[in-house]
Design a protein around this ligand. Structure first.
Ligand SMILES: C[S@@+](CC[C@H](N)C(=O)[O-])C[C@H]1O[C@@H](n2cnc3c(N)ncnc32)[C@H](O)[C@@H]1O
Length: 250
């Protein structure tokens, strides 16, 4: 099937949870790959889709536990993993909110890319607390997400500012009818049908306060461009992506 994102690096998920980003890597993801591949302990990637980043970690000598809610995504990762690296790969399908059975303080780092913009702040906090409990002392957390400067939010930005000033919990929430989609109706339908019902665009303020509440200290946080990664309608001002590196504080 031809896909509306053929010209980019986005591969559709099998469960209408957006796309996996392939071949292009932001600086936060690069830091995770480096950190995880040099560490002798296992790292964890949640919401990995087909696991291209975890595969990179394995190829560079790291050990990794990989999670996604759609088991078929993880089957693809397993089949792509060279036999000699399979001993360093553990796969746990299921929801990162409820289904992970991981020993406390046993993981050196956690990577979560492009999941939290589908979660409410309550779900993000629950996930962060769980990740904190799995991490060893001073373990690291790497987060990548879509930001409030995603192109879809261009026409809703004043609404976001208003909701933020009213201290609403999730000021960046957009519902499907609010997304700014493709001009071509067929493409528009294709995009709509591959997205979940909530898009919760995130800002550094919100993420920082959730991280503090979950026991993390933020080491680095910033916005970055998705130009060259996302199609034109998803771009805005060069700050479409949000990246965070945090360390377990307690
Ligand atoms: C937009 S894709 C991101 C894939 C990849 N991490 C990336 O950055 O390209 C979102 C992924 O989150 C997974 N997902 C959604 N809800 C989840 C949950 N509760 N627990 C684990 N994975 C989940 C979906 O199956 C999908 O593969």
């Amino acid at each position: 099937m031809s896909d509306c994102y053929d010209s980019t690096f986005l591969i559709p998920t099998l469960n209408k949870q957006g796309w996996m980003i392939d071949k292009v890597v932001d600086e936060y993801t690069l830091e995770f790959i480096d950190y995880a591949s040099k560490n002798i302990n296992y790292s964890l990637e949640i919401a990995a889709a087909y696991g291209n980043i975890s595969l990179e970690v394995l190829k560079k000598g790291g050990k990794i536990i990989v999670n996604d809610i759609e088991p078929k995504h993880l089957d693809v990762l397993y089949s792509k993993t060279p036999d000699e690296l399979k001993a360093n790969l553990k796969i746990i399908p299921g929801s990162c909110l409820d289904d992970l059975d991981i020993d406390l303080e046993s993981i050196s780092s956690v990577y979560c890319s492009r999941l939290f913009h589908f979660f409410s702040s309550e779900e993000i906090l629950k996930t962060l607390k769980k990740m904190n409990s799995y991490l060893e002392k001073k373990g690291k957390l790497f987060i990548v997400s879509d930001s409030i400067f995603h192109g879809y939010n261009k026409h809703h930005f004043q609404n976001y500012v208003r909701k933020k000033s009213l201290k609403e919990k999730d000021p960046g929430i957009l519902r499907p009818h609010e997304y700014i989609f493709h001009a071509d109706p067929e493409m528009q339908e294709q995009m709509r049908s591959n997205m979940p019902n909530v898009f919760n665009l995130l800002d550094i303020d919100l993420m920082s306060s959730l991280l503090v509440e979950a026991g993390f200290l933020t080491e680095k946080a910033g916005y970055f461009t998705r130009r060259g990664h996302y199609p034109e309608e998803s771009l805005w001002n060069g700050q479409e992506g949000l990246g965070i590196v945090a360390v377990k504080n307690y």
